[in-house]
Design a protein around this ligand. Structure first.
Ligand SMILES: Nc1ncnc2c1ncn2[C@@H]1O[C@H](COP(=O)(O)OP(=O)(O)O)[C@@H](O)[C@H]1O
Ligand SMILES: [Mg+2]
Length: 250
């Protein structure tokens, strides 16, 4: 880990209209992610965890506050081109968000075709097979449609697709939600592999506490629109904060 954080969220605020009123989902979220670490954000459903990740990758713009990557503001119109930074990030979306009409191989190659037009079809195939191998899927899988894959395989394919542009930063939205404990453990191991083998910096959102404890260097808890706790898994277990106690117990 280097001294300056790779990702910095500074006093992020975001409201959405709800039943004619503005509902403030993020009420000043401040968070640093160090280069090479796996930071896990926990918190209740509907609390704004996915909203945080969407700000990191530029899919949402904050009402106030900033997202910085390597010190560069990527969240405002006069900041650097968010697309340039986005290319350095891969995201595994909640529910995988695979292209259902494309086979597994095409799901991986899709963004690469657009961003690296210099690659030949043979090079694209080689890259696709390499990404499948990273997530321990056989090359035979490439001709399958997403609907023909199990839940765990879909997550692995979504991870392979997130890796396609060789990102330095991986954002994972609920990577183990809806999986049985054994399959969830396989995905946790992959998250750890990506950190160890590829040296990526990861921001993971989850409400799966066993997963959080297994993969996190640090855990941050989002509660009522703010980060109320950040520290190691051990420090989380020892925390006396009532919302932390209530959440960790369930
Ligand atoms: N694009 C959007 N438009 C309107 N409301 C949204 C949008 N995205 C999220 N929200 C609202 O923000 C809140 C937090 O959502 P979300 O980040 O998905 O929660 P979490 O991921 O923690 O379960 C929810 O009330 C949700 O309805
Ligand atoms: Mg979510």
């Amino acid at each position: 880990m280097s001294a300056s954080p790779l990702i910095q969220l500074r006093d992020l605020r975001k409201s959405f209209p709800s039943n004619g009123k503005e509902q403030e989902v993020l009420r000043g979220v401040t968070l640093d992610v160090a280069r090479g670490e796996t930071l896990v954000i926990i918190g209740a459903s509907g609390g704004g965890k996915s909203v945080i990740l969407k700000h990191c990758i530029g899919l949402l713009k904050p009402d106030a506050g900033e997202v910085r990557v390597e010190g560069k503001v990527i969240s405002s119109p006069d900041g650097v081109d968010a697309q340039t930074i986005r290319r350095r990030m891969g995201m595994l979306f909640q529910g995988s968000a695979l292209f259902d009409s494309m086979n597994a191989g095409e799901n991986i190659k899709f963004a690469v075709r657009e961003h690296r037009p210099e690659l030949s079809e043979a090079q694209l195939d080689a890259l696709m097979r390499e990404k499948l191998q990273l997530v321990h899927l056989s090359p035979d899988m490439s001709s399958k449609l997403p609907n023909e894959l199990s839940g765990g395989m879909k997550k692995r394919l979504a991870l392979a697709r997130a890796l396609a542009l060789e990102p330095e930063i991986l954002l994972y939205d609920e990577p183990t939600t809806g999986l049985d404990p054994v399959t969830a453990g396989v995905i946790d191991d992959l998250v750890l592999d990506m950190q160890r083998q590829l040296g990526v910096t990861s921001l993971v959102v989850t409400h799966d506490m066993p997963s959080a404890h297994k993969i996190a260097d640090r855990i941050a808890m989002l509660h009522e629109g703010k980060i109320i706790f950040i520290g190691t898994p051990e420090a989380l277990r020892a925390s006396d904060l009532p919302p932390v106690r209530a959440f960790v117990r369930v």
